[in-house]
Write a protein that binds this ligand. Structure first.
Ligand SMILES: Nc1nc2c(ncn2[C@@H]2O[C@H](COP(=O)(O)OP(=O)(O)OP(=O)(O)O)[C@@H](O)[C@H]2O)c(=O)[nH]1
Ligand SMILES: [Mg+2]
Length: 390
C-alpha cells in the first residue's frame, strides 16, 4: 500500500497540480466519515441489499474489488475477475456481506478508513455472473425470485438452475420457493454496462424491467420496490478531458460514441431527468488502471454513500383493494359464467329438476366428507390424548 499521494498511480500528476489531488484525498476522508455516520444512523434498521446485474464481462466483480479497496484502503481482489474474457458462462451468484470488507482488511488508521463498528451497517452486495444478453423464461424466474426475496442467502444458483431443469420453468416460483422474506429482498438493483460495449444488452434490460413493472393484483401496487441505479464501467477507455486521471493505455472509445450508449441506457431506465442521482461513470481497479488512485476511490465512495442515502420504502401494511372473499366471489362468478357459456354452446339446458338433484347430491357428498374427516381426527380408542403426546 502506498503511504503518500506522491506514490499513487495517477497518470500525469504534474498536469494536475498537486492541490487538485490533495483536494480529492481530503474529499475521500469526508466521504468515509459520512459513510461511517450513515452506517451508524439510528434509523437504519436493516442493511441494503444490492444486486449487480449486467452482461458477461461488464465489470461487476471489479466493482466489488474496487469498493473493498476504497473502504478498507487495501486492494484485496476477493471477487474473481475476468470470467467474461475466459468465457466462463456458469450462472452464479456471489454474496459480499459488508461490501466484502472484514475487520482484518481495514487499512492503517492514519488514513482514516472506515471504523470497524460501521461494518455491520454496510450493504450486502450480490454479484451475478455468467449472464449474457438473453431474455429467457428461466432467467426471468430466477431473477424474480432473487429480487423478490424468495432465495435464502447462501443458496447456490447452480442448484436452483438444476431444479428448474428437472421440474420445468415455473416450478420454483409456484411450488419450491413460494415464500418470500422481507430480509432477503433486493433493495437496490445496479445495472452495470461497460463503455467498451457498443451494443446495449436490450434483452437483459427487457427482462429486468418486465419484473420490476409487475404489480400485485390484490393491492394494485408495484410488486417490487427496489431502486434502480446505472453504473457505466471502464470509463477510463473513454477519451475525454478527464482521461489524465487514469493510467489506462488501452484502446479508447470516443466521447460521442460513449454518449450514444449512455443515452440509450438512460432512456431505457427513464433516468434522463436526474442523471447525477441515478448513474455513475465508473472506473475500477484493474491491470490497466492500477491499484491505488484517489480518483477511483472517490467514485466508489460516492457510490456507496448514494446507496446508503436512498432509503427503500419499508414494507408497509398495504390495504388490499380486494379481500380474499371478493376474490373468491369474482372467481366463482367467472367459473359459473364460463360453464354456462360452454353449456349453451353445446345447446345443453339444465332443467330445474336436474339442478335440484345436483344440489342434493353435492350436500350429501359434503356430509360424507365431514364424517370421514371427523373419524380420522378422533383419537384411537383406549389411548388417552395425553399419552399420545408424551
Ligand atoms: N480498463 C478497465 N478494465 C476493466 C474495468 N473494470 C473491469 N475491467 C476488466 O474487464 C474484465 C471483466 O471484468 P469482470 O469484473 O470480471 O466482469 P464481470 O461483469 O464480473 O464478468 P462475469 O463475472 O463474467 O459476468 C476484466 O479483465 C477486468 O480487468 C475498468 O474500469 N477499466
Ligand atoms: Mg464476475
Amino acid at each position: 500500500m502506498t503511504d503518500s499521494i506522491h506514490d499513487m498511480d495517477v497518470k500525469d500528476k504534474d498536469k494536475l497540480g498537486m492541490s487538485e489531488l490533495e483536494a480529492v484525498v481530503e474529499e475521500n476522508k469526508e466521504l468515509l466519515d459520512h459513510i461511517d455516520w450513515l452506517c451508524n444512523s439510528w434509523d437504519r434498521e436493516d442493511v441494503e441489499r444490492i444486486l449487480l446485474f449486467g452482461n458477461i464481462g461488464a465489470g461487476k466483480s471489479s466493482i466489488v474489488n474496487t469498493i473493498i479497496k476504497a473502504l478498507s484502503g487495501m486492494y484485496i481482489p476477493k471477487a474473481k475477475v475476468g470470467q467474461g474474457s475466459t468465457q466462463s458462462k456458469t450462472f452464479s451468484l456471489d454474496r459480499y456481506v459488508s461490501c466484502g470488507v472484514t475487520e482484518e482488511y481495514m487499512g492503517d488508521t492514519e488514513r482514516q478508513y472506515l471504523h470497524c463498528e460501521s461494518l455491520v451497517g454496510l450493504p450486502t452486495i450480490f454479484d451475478v455472473a455468467g449472464k449474457s444478453n438473453t431474455d429467457s423464461a428461466e432467467l426471468d424466474e430466477i431473477l424474480e425470485l432473487l429480487i423478490g426475496g424468495h432465495v435464502q442467502p447462501g443458496t447456490s444458483i447452480e442448484a436452483l438452475t438444476k431444479l428448474q431443469e428437472e421440474h420445468k420453468v415455473g416450478s420454483l416460483k409456484e411450488t419450491i420457493l413460494k415464500k418470500s422474506r422481507e430480509k432477503w429482498r433486493m433493495t437496490k438493483i445496479v445495472f452495470v454496462h461497460s463503455c467498451r460495449e457498443k451494443k446495449v444488452p436490450d434483452k437483459l434490460i427487457d427482462c429486468l424491467l418486465r419484473i420490476l413493472r409487475k404489480t400485485d393484483p390484490r393491492t394494485a401496487m408495484p410488486k417490487y420496490s427496489a431502486y434502480v441505479y446505472v453504473v457505466l464501467t471502464k470509463y477510463d477507455l473513454v477519451k475525454d478531458e478527464n482521461s489524465f486521471k487514469w493510467s489506462s493505455n488501452e484502446p479508447k472509445v470516443t466521447y460521442e460514441e460513449f454518449r450514444e450508449i449512455e443515452k440509450e441506457i438512460e432512456q431505457r431506465f427513464s433516468i434522463q431527468g436526474s442523471l447525477e442521482d441515478n448513474r455513475t461513470r465508473w472506473v475500477s481497479y484493474s491491470d490497466a488502471t492500477g491499484k491505488d488512485n484517489p480518483y477511483i476511490d472517490n467514485i466508489a465512495l460516492k457510490f456507496i454513500k448514494r446507496m446508503l442515502m436512498v432509503r427503500n420504502d419499508e414494507a408497509k401494511s398495504v390495504k388490499t383493494v380486494m379481500s380474499t372473499w371478493t376474490l373468491m366471489n369474482l372467481n366463482m362468478k367467472r367459473y359459473w359464467q364460463n360453464a354456462k357459456r360452454s353449456l349453451e354452446e353445446r345447446q345443453f339446458t339444465i332443467s330445474l329438476g336436474t339442478l335440484a338433484m345436483g344440489i342434493v347430491f353435492g350436500i350429501f357428498a359434503l356430509a360424507m366428507l365431514c364424517k370421514v374427516y371427523i373419524m380420522l381426527k378422533a383419537p384411537p380408542s383406549g389411548h388417552s390424548r395425553d399419552r399420545e403426546y408424551y
